[in-house]
Design a protein around this ligand. Structure first.
Ligand code: IMO
Ligand code: MG
Length: 423
């Protein structure tokens, strides 16, 4: 057994990380979010009840798990408080929540700046979630950010006033609404009171947990192809949702990390702009969207849908050092008569497995497909991989063969129980 296991998104997000995390956190003493903010959306279904988490690690629902919002996360206090209230209202406890004192705080000017920047990008919009994620990470690196520790200890007013003064200069130019510093201070002091009991030094918390040989599960948000370094820049998010972000976002050293699970769907999807080689902007994509309910948890936007891309998956396996795959929605893809699997890119007459995140490079890459038969039937109750229908086995075996990473989990339906755990 490893002390620290990690779950990461392999594509453009929304792979169903929540389902795997929910399962793995049952054996975890700590469940930790490492990066991103409320641009993420994990939905899990328990006893027919659907939970949508944006910030709080989904491990919170396990009685004995401590849920940690790590230092690499950016926190919108309003959203966090709403989430806390919602969990309580559903009869779950939140005393097991810990928030890093070093997590940066999202303020209303970050959200407004996100919207303004999108507008200024004109025809080159990224399609952000408009949650202020890019601007708050900019402030973090510019070194004018305000952290949770500053907020709860009431040492943020001077920096906040200065930030608002500076941002308002920009808002003035573009005739955006000006932010009232005093109002924000008043509001955020209220938030601070509510959140104070949860804020701690989570880095020490993690180190003590490691020394005490506790089990830690790191929950990825976003995904490999949205990574600021490894994704299809500039159509990415402003953090590192890949393996490195786990270390910098928690304070856990690399040597403690054991399994790194890459989550994917048996097809693929993307929200927002940017290249997407296997996209099916046609009837097939529409069918997948309806069958898989591919509408955003965070923004409700219809997701772009397409076939599974093994060139991209192999890239994710390399970047993150994946030790296992978790494939969701195998039931969904099995509803189609014919399934396509992208096994290479063709460019200038040559076929390769080279994934380039350069937008210009990707522009003329054409997917090379292999075809598989679908019609898997109802597989939701199957508990052993060997008992899957032949067509499903063929499809899954081929994925493993090409990517050379073993499949550890197979999602067979929406519910918590609908999953095969491979031996
Ligand atoms: P989960 O955790 C899907 C996308 C946005 C946009 C780009 C930048 O649910 O998998 P941002 O607001 O982060 O500056 O937007 O990244 N994006 C996601 N897409 N799932 C997510 O998270 C995402 N988080 C960000 O749609 O294209
Ligand atoms: Mg999402």
């Amino acid at each position: 057994m490893n002390q620290v296991n990690v779950v990461l998104g392999s594509f453009y997000g929304d792979e169903g990380k929540g389902k795997i995390i929910d399962y793995l956190s049952q054996n975890a003493d700590f469940s930790v979010r490492c990066s991103g903010g409320n641009n993420a959306g994990h939905s899990i279904e328990i006893d027919g009840k659907k939970f949508a988490f944006h910030l709080i690690p989904s491990g919170i629902l396990n009685e004995s798990t401590i849920a940690v919002i790590g230092n690499g996360v950016v926190v919108d206090p309003k959203v966090l408080i709403e989430e806390i209230e919602n969990i309580k209202a559903n009869g779950y406890r939140v005393e097991n929540l810990r928030i890093s004192d070093k997590a940066h705080v999202i303020f209303p000017y970050h959200v407004q700046m996100d919207k303004l920047q999108e507008e200024l990008r004109k025809e080159d919009k990224i399609g952000t979630t408009a949650r202020g994620i890019g601007p708050v990470y900019c402030d973090k690196f510019e070194r004018c950010g305000i952290r949770m520790g500053d907020l709860i200890n009431n040492r943020f007013e001077r920096q906040l006033r200065r930030n608002i003064e500076n941002k308002n200069e920009i808002f003035k130019i573009y005739h955006y609404e000006l932010i009232d510093a005093e109002e924000v201070i008043k509001q955020y002091k209220e938030y601070a009171k509510v959140l104070k009991p949860y804020v701690v030094d989570t880095i020490t918390l993690m180190h003590n947990a490691i020394e005490e040989e506790k089990k830690i599960l790191c929950e990825g948000a976003q995904a490999t192809l949205l990574d600021i370094d490894f994704g299809s820049y500039p159509y990415v998010t402003s953090s590192n949702p890949t393996i490195g972000g786990v270390c910098t976002g928690t304070g856990i050293g690399a040597k403690y990390i054991g399994e790194v699970y890459g989550v994917l769907k048996a097809y693929s999807s993307r929200v927002g702009e940017g290249p997407y080689i296997t996209e099916q902007d046609n009837e097939i994509g529409d069918t997948i969207r309806e069958l898989g309910h591919e509408y955003g948890t965070t923004t409700k936007r219809p997701r772009r849908c397409g076939w599974l891309d093994l060139v991209a998956l192999k890239y994710a396996a390399m970047v993150n050092g994946l030790t296992g795959l978790a494939i969701n929605h195998v039931d969904t893809i099995g509803k189609l008569d014919t399934i396509k699997l992208c096994v290479g890119y063709e460019k200038d007459g040559k076929i390769s497995m080279d994934f380039g995140t350069d937008v210009e490079y990707l522009k003329d890459c054409k997917p090379v497909y292999e075809e598989f038969e679908g019609n898997f039937g109802d597989i939701s109750g199957i508990k052993n991989r060997e008992d899957l229908p032949e067509n499903a086995k063929k499809y899954l075996n081929r994925i493993e063969e090409i990517v050379k990473v073993p499949i550890k989990f197979i999602g067979t339906g929406a519910g918590r129980e609908a999953m095969i755990i491979c031996k």
